[in-house]
Design a protein around this ligand. Structure first.
Ligand SMILES: Nc1ncnc2c1ncn2[C@@H]1O[C@H](COP(=O)(O)OP(=O)(O)O)[C@@H](O)[C@H]1O
Ligand SMILES: [Mg+2]
Length: 324
């Protein structure tokens, strides 16, 4: 199979003197070439920590990859030297985050910010051609009047334009993988749809793979070829997007679907949240981590943690309803 990235049994923990926080706890997923993996789960489930682990962009010194492998293009990034990883970051693997305003520098023009990336990753572009190149990059992501807007500062752009600039910046180095962490969450619905369309176009045109992270299964469904559902540091379901949408298996995945407004009809149409809360990572329940919120819980779920079970349909699910 043509995998661009494979994460195997990844554990990323915060290790403080008095406690250990297993933010990512035995995650195995893969992303095929030229495809989109959607990673979905409620806030606090470990999606961002999984994304950051890929190129070891970990937030504090107490946080480290405890075990596992991250195979990208044949090399294991977990034991790659920091200098080599630095070359790879932003070049082969680029990130787009939720809030473009915090990722853009307010005192630099769009041209100056993109120019820094060109200097870092595109030594092949001559100085005399740089401006033209930057304009083209902005046009590729659908920014109108790009010739004028390269001289704008971030505050002069709309939210959607800022996210387009972030995508243009990610594309400069012709990456193989884009990690997009809630890239549309801060945008209103119409702009969100436009950004999803843009990512889809870029995927097709540039043979990209995308790790697309969202807490919103609707958004994930728009773009993903594969979907991984994350809960309390673990993957609870991982499967082809069409199968997952047609026939979700894990009670948590079903619960996420029940929260979507268009699945409900008539007078009772209201947002059903899954009862209870995501447990804190320093205090996961024993057994299946979802059991206190699960409507189909039975005795075994409270005692033993289920492992990933591969169903005949190819769907992978971590639930005692399936693995006996
Ligand atoms: N700096 C930190 N120190 C301690 N725990 C953290 C830190 N950052 C994140 N966590 C914990 O790691 C877990 C996963 O967080 P995160 O990956 O941000 O979730 P998500 O992106 O799915 O919302 C959460 O339980 C969160 O509280
Ligand atoms: Mg997050």
């Amino acid at each position: 199979m043509d995998k661009l990235l494979e994460i195997k049994n990844l554990k990323t923990y915060f290790q403080y003197e008095d406690k250990v926080i297993p933010a990512v706890d035995d995650v195995s997923i893969f992303i095929k070439k030229n495809s989109v993996l959607g990673l979905v789960g409620e806030s606090g489930c470990g999606k961002t920590m999984t994304a950051l682990s890929i190129t070891r962009l970990l937030p504090t010194r107490d946080c480290e990859i405890v075990s596992g492998e991250i195979i990208f293009n044949g090399s294991n990034l977990v034991d790659m030297r920091e200098e080599d990883l630095r070359d790879l970051r932003g070049r082969d693997i680029a990130y787009i985050f939720q809030e473009p305003s915090t990722s853009l520098n307010p005192v630099l023009s769009i041209k100056e910010q993109i120019s820094e990336i060109v200097w870092l990753h595109r030594k092949d572009i001559e100085n005399s051609k740089e401006e033209e190149f930057i304009i083209q990059q902005l046009q590729k992501v659908g920014i109108k009047l790009a010739e004028e807007k390269i001289n704008f500062f971030p505050h002069q752009l709309s939210g959607g334009e800022k996210q387009r600039v972030m995508i243009a910046m990610a594309m400069v180095s012709k990456p193989k993988l884009i990690v997009a962490d809630e890239p549309t969450t801060a945008l209103d619905v119409t702009i969100q749809a436009q950004i999803l369309d843009l990512l889809n176009e870029l995927k097709t045109e540039y043979n990209l793979s995308i790790l697309f992270i969202s807490h919103d299964l609707n958004v994930i469904g728009e773009l993903a070829d594969y979907i991984a559902v994350m809960y309390a540091g673990q993957i609870v379901e991982f499967t082809d997007a069409k199968k997952l949408i047609k026939q979700p298996q894990h009670p948590y995945t079903k619960g996420l679907f029940d929260c979507l407004p268009e699945r409900q009809s008539g007078q009772n149409r209201k947002l059903n949240a899954i009862a209870g809360e995501v447990p804190k990572a320093d205090n996961f329940p024993q057994g299946c981590r979802f059991h206190p919120r699960c409507s189909q819980v039975f005795e075994k779920c409270k005692k033993e943690m289920p492992s990933i079970f591969k169903m005949e349909s190819g769907q992978e699910v971590r639930c005692w309803l399936y693995s006996k």
